[in-house]
Write a protein that binds this ligand. Structure first.
Ligand code: BGC
Length: 866
């Protein structure tokens, strides 16, 4: 047997390399081939799984080219068990690769926890001191640890340490779920942390999303009664497995886990910040030598939340940003500028006399007098208070995060040195998959702003903003941005998690909420917002080929469509209180918006039903779509074929959702959209719902140059306008701040609101032309249809798909010619659609007259005549 030169790389289970703590009966495998040969592909694979040397699955040779979403199909998996898997494939020549190995480990599966939920002894209301828990235990000297795993969670936020050392760099665990029903647990590998003899497990717990002010959104409900519950609690179970096969389980329980609220974190809150009194530090509290006789025994507490495994990456610090300047607008106040807006925390080093109180407030902008602008923060105090104990400090808050570019420091002894502070932005640690560069530096900055906006707002759930007393999982924003967001980063795990929160946040009628996780089923069924429940899974399918997400949520999505059908008048709906939110004086009616989204959801459901093999449903959804389309045309389109409401958004929704009754009407709507844009001197008037479709639809409808004109527009309102005003993230409004007029309305004026950043999907999908094809999610076959448009002289776009990195890079040459270079990853093919004539190419089989052709894996260069 000839050995294939292909190498198998990125062996993943449920999107992660060697994950620990998977609770799925049928985990899904994926891999990539590394192979430079043109046309490299897999023709068959064999996958084997074993546990402790015993085979549990041998797929045998499967003649199949897919290398993603391959579901486990062996013997039932056991809880808390490490599995090894190996894989080989046959390439296009029939040669076999060597075996490649990886692993995964299950979590609790259906096993019951032996540990109890426990809480502190003095549970107060919110803004209480953090609770410190400690548990001493011994590893007998004759035993050798083979594997040690800590499974832990909190209704609150928590951090864990063993023998004085933090066991992970996760931030704000266990994340934010719909705490009415579920909470995630984390698994930590403790093998290297345990020692023979005495050991101590330490857990610090703050209010977090569970019972902090964010859980009742400050003003939106009773301050006394947090929505998810009170007080915070933890649950933890440590499994120690020894070389001789014996095991010990140490679970949280009230009789031996001691606790104290006398530690340095005096209060912590996501909106309000953290108070830290170093004088109350308890040196060695999480080490075996510590004398905890002054501590209390913790209390048993009964909680009903289901503990679920963590399918998304943890939140982490991902950078360390140095200050660019320190200024003092008035005596005693120093302002540090980090040069970049972000979500995260400050980190400082301090040596100050005992009792020195340093107060750090956070803001995104400065007032004209150089002072910190905090008017847009709503009720969020966003303040760190640090009290010195006289010793050297190296401090960063633990259980909070802020949206900021600037900090105001009061009480600092002397002048701040630039080295004293850094900013540490945090985000869900989703893998970066998209890269973009072009000849227009403003567009490059816009793109960077989109990335910063996403990092700042994908913090375990997709939020609207990271700074004011809001930071909620707004569903409308999530759906507007999901396409762009899943080019930028791998969001498969992230959305797997959030969509579960969205589904469990529905009301009794099956309507999805405007924010998820939600409070007391607050405001549901709003069109364009609730529809995230169908639009987001659809994009997970397109990008990652994930059909399980469609299957898992199918019944609920179907119910939502049927609810809309049954709660409409002649299939016309009126349920979109925000409609085209923040449009530019060009409102589109609630009826049009709701009916259009009802139609779109229905047509997506027809496609989804047929993808997952529900053919009868597919037919019914298709029929329903045709009926809605008729009703829509009857209601919103005149006899002349024109929209009665001639807003850009009305046109975009009609075109994107295929609601024009015939070709003639479609062309008229395209022309009237173009006319409106021209009448506005190449400006948009769209809000949250219309803007994401603007550039792609113009390109799809034969107006690519207009899409580029809008993209390159620098005057208000436009994507680049905020960039010209100094934006380092995407703003909530096009004119949140301007050189000329200063700040926009302070109530709704976030400087880090990713929704308008949806334009990044145009950069990847049209400028680079890298787009998924609907019939086969996951990029095994994809579209390459770039537009060499606008005044750009080059663009380089990379998307790291499930099959590997796709590259589309073009340059305008002298004489109107274009050189275009592409990379199609192994085991995939590209359907190339040329906007113009191909002059030369370095591949076999294409004729220069072809405008559309298939390209197998490889690297190619084309010369094109415009
Ligand atoms: C949020 C939005 C959200 C909107 C709904 C705002 O407060 O910040 O982004 O979609 O409300 O209208």
């Amino acid at each position: 047997m000839k050995i294939s030169p292909s190498k198998l790389i990125n062996l993943k289970v449920n999107y992660f390399i060697a994950p620990i703590g998977i609770d799925e009966e049928k985990p899904r495998f994926s891999w990539q081939m590394s192979d430079r040969r043109q046309g490299a592909k897999q023709t068959a694979y064999q996958l084997q799984v074993e546990a402790a040397g015993n085979p549990v699955w041998d797929s045998g040779w499967i003649e199949f080219g897919n290398s993603i979403q391959i579901a486990y199909d062996g013997k039932a998996l056991h809880p808390q068990t490490p599995y090894l898997w190996r894989l080989r494939v046959k390439d296009m020549d029939g040669s076999e690769t060597a075996w490649s190995k990886s692993s995964f480990e299950t979590g609790f599966m259906l096993r019951k926890w032996t540990a109890s939920w426990i809480q502190g002894t003095n549970p107060g209301t919110t803004l209480q001191p953090a609770t410190y828990f400690r548990k001493d235990f011994t590893i007998a000297s004759g035993l050798k640890v083979r594997r040690a795993r800590l499974y832990a969670s909190a209704l609150g936020a928590y951090m864990t340490s063993v023998n004085g050392k933090p066991v992970s760099d996760n931030v704000l665990s266990p994340g934010w779920t719909d705490f009415h029903s579920r909470v995630q647990y984390q698994v930590y590998e403790l093998d290297k942390f345990l020692q023979k003899g005495g050991n101590t497990l330490g857990i610090v717990m703050g209010d977090g999303w569970y019972c902090g002010a964010i859980s009742y959104w400050c003003t939106h409900s009773s301050k006394e009664r947090p929505h998810f519950g009170l007080p915070p609690a933890i649950r933890a179970e440590l499994l120690v497995e020894y070389e001789d096969g014996s095991t010990t389980v140490i679970g949280s329980e009230p009789t031996t886990w001691r606790c104290s609220q006398g530690g340095p974190i005096r209060s912590s809150d996501l909106y309000h910040g953290e108070i830290y009194d170093a004088n109350m530090e308890m040196p060695g509290w999480d080490s075996p030598e510590f004398n905890d006789s002054g501590w209390n025994l913790s209390q048993f507490t009964s909680r009903t939340q289901r503990l679920v495994w963590t399918s998304a990456p943890p939140i982490r610090r991902y950078a360390s940003i140095n200050p660019v300047s320190v200024n003092s607008p008035r005596a005693g106040v120093q302002i540090i500028d980090f040069g970049q807006n972000m979500a995260g925390r400050e980190h400082f080093k301090l040596k100050a006399p005992t009792g020195t109180k340093v107060i750090v407030r956070h803001g995104e902008m400065l007032n004209p007098d150089g002072s910190l602008y905090v008017k847009n923060l709503g009720e969020a105090k966003a303040t760190t208070t640090y009290i010195s104990n006289g010793r050297k400090a190296d401090y960063s808050p633990s259980f909070t995060t802020y949206g900021f570019q600037f900090i105001e420091v009061v009480g600092w002894p002397g002048i701040i040195n630039l080295n004293d502070f850094v900013a540490e932005p945090i985000s869900s640690d989703n893998e970066r998959t998209g890269f973009f560069d072009c000849s227009n530096s403003l567009i490059n900055r816009l793109y960077e702003n989109v990335i910063w906006g996403q990092r700042s707002n994908y913090i375990d759930i997709p939020t609207d903003c990271p700074q004011r007393s809001e930071r909620q999982g707004w569903t409308g924003d999530a759906q507007a941005f999901v396409d762009a967001g899943s080019y930028n980063f791998h969001t498969g795990g992230f959305f797997n998690k959030w969509l579960a929160d969205l589904e469990s946040s529905r009301n009794a009628y099956g309507e999805y909420p405007v924010i998820a996780p939600t409070f007391d089923k607050w405001s549901s069924g709003v069109s364009g917002w609730a529809d995230a429940a169908i639009i987001c899974p659809w994009h997970m399918y397109l990008k990652y080929g994930d059909k399980t997400i469609l299957e898992r949520h199918y019944a609920a999505m179907r119910q939502w469509i049927l609810f809309q059908r049954d709660n409409s008048v002649g299939l016309i709906r009126k349920a979109s209180e925000y409609a085209d939110w923040l449009n530019m004086d060009a409102p589109t009616s609630e009826e049009l918006v709701s009916t259009a989204f009802f139609a779109y959801g229905t047509s997506l459901m027809a496609r989804i039903a047929s993808i997952i093999g529900k053919d009868q449903d597919a037919v019914e959804f298709r029929e329903l779509f045709v009926e809605i389309k008729k009703a829509y045309a009857g209601h919103f389109i005149s006899d002349k074929g024109l929209l009665i409401e001639e807003t850009q958004t009305a046109a975009l929704l009609t075109l994107k959702f295929e609601l024009a009754p015939d070709e003639k009407s479609r062309s008229k709507i395209i022309e009237s959209l173009a006319e409106d844009i021209m009448n506005r001197e190449m400006h948009l008037s769209t809000g949250f719902l219309g803007t994401p479709y603007l550039a792609p639809i113009l390109a799809d409808c034969g107006k690519p140059e207009m899409a580029f004109a809008l993209l390159e527009q620098t005057s208000f309102p436009s994507w680049l306008y905020p960039v010209t005003q100094g934006a380092t993230t995407i703003w909530e409004r096009w004119n949140s701040w301007t050189h000329k007029d200063g700040f926009g309305p302070e109530g709704m004026n976030s400087f880090n609101h990713y929704a308008y950043g949806a334009v990044a999907d145009f950069l990847y999908g049209y400028l680079g032309g890298i787009r998924p094809l609907e019939e086969e999610g996951g990029f095994r076959r994809f579209l390459l249809a770039p537009i060499f448009g606008g005044t750009l002289s080059y663009a380089s776009v990379e998307y790291r798909s499930e099959y590997g990195a796709i590259l589309s890079s073009w340059k305008k040459l002298k004489g109107g010619r274009i050189s275009w270079e592409i990379v199609v990853p192994p085991n995939s093919t590209a359907l190339v659609k040329m906007p113009c004539f191909v002059l030369s190419y370095d591949m076999d089989g294409i004729k220069d007259s072809l405008m559309e052709f298939e390209v197998p894996a490889g690297k190619y260069r084309f010369k094109i005549e415009m």
